[in-house]
Design a protein around this ligand. Structure first.
Ligand code: ZN
Length: 213
């Protein structure tokens, strides 16, 4: 939703759901962990009230995420993903997310190795691979960061873990197919959907076409 028109947010969400999206990804930035500000729990609450069927996937690019788990969960978030570097007590915050009843995720920046997940793998529902540096929409996809998708899929299999792999940043019709082939099952698309010449429906259709056999 970071690439949506903020003055018409509800309509943007409705168009995504009408086009066949099932998850809405909400990028929360605090101006501290990342150099930008976006939105907080009240926006999630407003979307929850309006888009009852959507999975609200909240990506917390914030320092001290432990302060924000319950407010976002109370607002209606279904999934909460934090950054490994944003807290000194990753295990404890993941316990907090699990106790809240939300799906539990960790995001990896382009320079963050998958080894940070080594002792928390069985707590995770989602591992989010950042394929741009977090902070702004509309950036170019970093291919080296996407190599983590296949590494994660292999690590998941070897350790018999259950998490889903999400890719966030620069996902478009040119790269979505190989990301899915490598093991991603949540594809976060912003500019390629909201910036498509044929609107949101055209953008989602183009991504779906790229996935056809
Ligand atoms: Zn995100």
């Amino acid at each position: 939703m970071l690439a949506a028109d903020f003055s018409a947010f509800g309509d943007a969400a409705r168009r995504c759901m009408a086009a066949g999206c099932t998850w809405l990804h909400i990028d929360v930035m605090d101006g501290h962990f990342v150099p930008n500000l976006t939105f907080g729990a009240p926006l999630v609450k407003a979307l929850r009230a309006r888009e009852v069927d959507a999975i609200l996937d909240v990506h917390l690019m914030v320092s001290e995420p432990e302060k924000w788990i319950q407010p976002f969960r109370d607002a209606g978030a279904d999934a909460l993903t934090i950054h490994a570097e944003a807290t000194t007590h990753l295990h404890r915050v993941l316990q907090q997310i699990r106790a809240s009843g939300a799906l539990c995720g960790v995001a990896l920046n382009p320079a963050t190795p998958i080894s940070v997940l080594e002792h928390v793998g069985d707590m995770l529902d989602i591992v989010l691979v950042m394929t741009v540096n977090p902070g702004f929409g509309g950036q170019r996809f970093i291919p080296a960061a996407a190599e983590k998708v296949s590494q994660l899929a292999e690590w998941r299999e070897v350790n018999q873990l259950q998490f889903r792999i999400s890719v966030d940043g620069g996902v478009d019709a040119a790269n979505i197919r190989s990301l899915v082939a490598d093991g991603a099952s949540i594809l976060v698309a912003g500019s390629s959907v909201f910036g498509h010449a044929d609107g949101v429906t055209g953008g989602v259709d183009a991504l779906n076409r790229a996935l056809e056999p």
